[in-house]
Design a protein around this ligand. Structure first.
Ligand SMILES: NC(=O)c1ccc[n+]([C@@H]2O[C@H](COP(=O)([O-])OP(=O)(O)OC[C@H]3O[C@@H](n4cnc5c(N)ncnc54)[C@H](O)[C@@H]3O)[C@@H](O)[C@H]2O)c1
Length: 433
């Protein structure tokens, strides 16, 4: 099939590349000229494990190309995916200006029948708005379909190629047939392709992310209790996770959820609920708990140094909002950096992939190390903000040397077993233990 993907960020690039990998001919469109120039010469713009290899292969096989021209991309396409940003507007609700802006433009350039598929995370009713925007200038046939994306950064290629489920919101039989054909190669293992109406599909995405965020905030509150009651959250986590109604995953406490999705999607669902006169109380609490949790480790640092962080120097391991990505949107490490520097501390950080993005955002507010041990030099303590696997089994001798015997770790991700780290004579603070 011929496909256009509008918006070539984390979702658009993975979507375009994976559809090309299944044999489709894909044109990805982006308004960012520099990004399109880079991608066109085979330089990948995001770090996502396994993506570069198939990206290069599909460019070479001429199934994947990039352009800044929407009309050129959609001319031959049977399906047009929208993978555009839906950032929070000033009131926290999802800002639809990118999605509706492209929909307006599509209305001006469509010629024949197309399926316009919205992959962005959008409030309920957006399919109708996209349809209306197109209809302003185009009176031919088209279908607007909701197809929320559930990929996780860091394992996005696997998630896309072997999704747990594909949700498609459409009541059009014609669009259903096209979407079934398109997704057939991705659901061969029996994972469901679920058809539903557009509104249910749009809400499914917000419900999924909000539920996951709730699970995290719930565990962070249990961790708070553990600290006050002398229990160990690792034990409690295992104890409840083995109940398959609860499940083992997403039960890890930490320094709050971040990323480009959970914070904005929770906020947007609260706003959408308000708009229909419903006070989504649990989600408001989820947000509040998360905001507090992002500073929980900082509070421990402050207590340890008796409220005097002036002139202290910290090493931070991990800047990305989670491992295996270079994405730093709403990363808890950034809140930590902000709090520490405001309190007069200095920082040297190391992250395997996210340092260029952090540099672009905050420049020389902190120092950057070329490896995890260099970050420790002259530091009063180490702070762990992202659970990259290379931080899990470090060379402790090397650490002690680099830290000049300041054997103090504030671990926001519970990387180390407590008896083990104590046997190495570290002063060790973690979450909920
Ligand atoms: N990142 C994730 O893990 C993830 C997962 C599921 C769903 N989503 C949702 O998918 C959507 C996209 O997220 P993302 O993380 O890929 O965003 P992103 O910011 O990485 O990418 C968006 C891209 O769209 C481009 N763009 C903006 N306006 C454009 C226009 N008019 N024409 C063409 N391109 C334009 C931007 O330049 C950018 O490259 C959001 O709604 C997000 O909530 C994201």
């Amino acid at each position: 099939m011929k496909i256009a993907v509008v918006g070539t960020g984390y979702v658009g690039l993975v979507t375009g590349t994976c559809f090309a990998e299944a044999g489709n001919k894909v044109t990805c469109v982006d308004i960012d000229k520099a990004k399109v120039e880079k991608l066109s010469v085979g330089r990948i713009t995001i770090y996502e494990p396994g993506l570069e290899k198939i990206f290069l292969r599909n460019i070479k096989e001429e199934r994947l190309r990039f352009t800044t021209q929407l009309d050129e991309a959609v001319e031959d396409a049977e399906i047009i995916f929208l993978a555009l940003p839906t950032p929070p507007g000033t009131d926290g609700s999802a800002d639809l200006k990118y999605v509706l802006g492209v929909a307006d433009h599509l209305g001006e350039i469509l010629k024949g029948y197309k399926v316009i598929v919205n992959k962005s995370t959008v409030p309920v009713g957006t399919a109708d708005k996209v349809s209306a925007a197109i209809a302003k200038n185009f009176s031919g046939e088209y279908d607007v379909v909701s197809n929320p994306e559930f990929l996780r950064e860091g394992v996005a290629v696997d998630d896309f190629m072997k999704p747990d489920r594909v949700v498609v919101g459409t009541r059009s039989e014609r669009a259903k047939k096209i979407m079934s054909d398109l997704y057939a190669p991705f659901i061969r293992q029996g994972n469901p392709l679920m058809f539903m109406d557009e509104r249910s599909s749009e809400l499914t995405k917000y419900a999924a992310n909000s539920f996951l965020a709730t699970k995290i905030s719930f565990m962070n509150e249990i961790a708070q209790l553990c600290e006050r009651m002398g229990a160990d959250v690792d034990m409690v986590r295992r104890g409840i996770g083995s109940d398959n109604r609860i499940g083992k995953r997403f039960l890890f406490p930490g320094i709050g959820y971040g990323g480009s999705c959970f914070p904005k999607d929770v906020q947007a669902l609260i706003m959408s609920s308000d708009e229909v006169g419903y006070d989504f109380e649990i989600l408001k609490a989820v947000e509040k708990v998360n905001a507090n949790q992002k500073l929980h480790l900082f509070e421990k640092i402050k207590v340890y140094y008796q409220n005097n962080l002036q002139g202290k120097h910290f090493a931070i391991w991990g800047l990305a909002f989670k491992p295996n990505t270079d994405d730093i949107r709403e990363a808890p490490a950034l809140s930590m950096i902000d709090a520490l520097t405001k309190a007069g501390a200095t920082i040297t950080a190391y992250d395997p992939e996210a340092m260029p993005n952090v540099k672009a955002q905050i420049g020389d507010k902190i120092n950057y190390a070329s490896n995890q041990y260099q970050a420790l030099e002259k530091a009063d303590a180490l702070i762990i903000a992202t659970e990259w696997s290379e931080f899990r089994s470090p060379d402790f001798e090397h650490m002690v040397q680099a830290l000049d015997n300041n054997k103090i770790i504030f671990d926001g991700r519970n990387l180390f077993d407590i008896p083990f780290i104590k046997s190495k004579n570290f002063i060790y603070f973690s979450i909920g233990r």
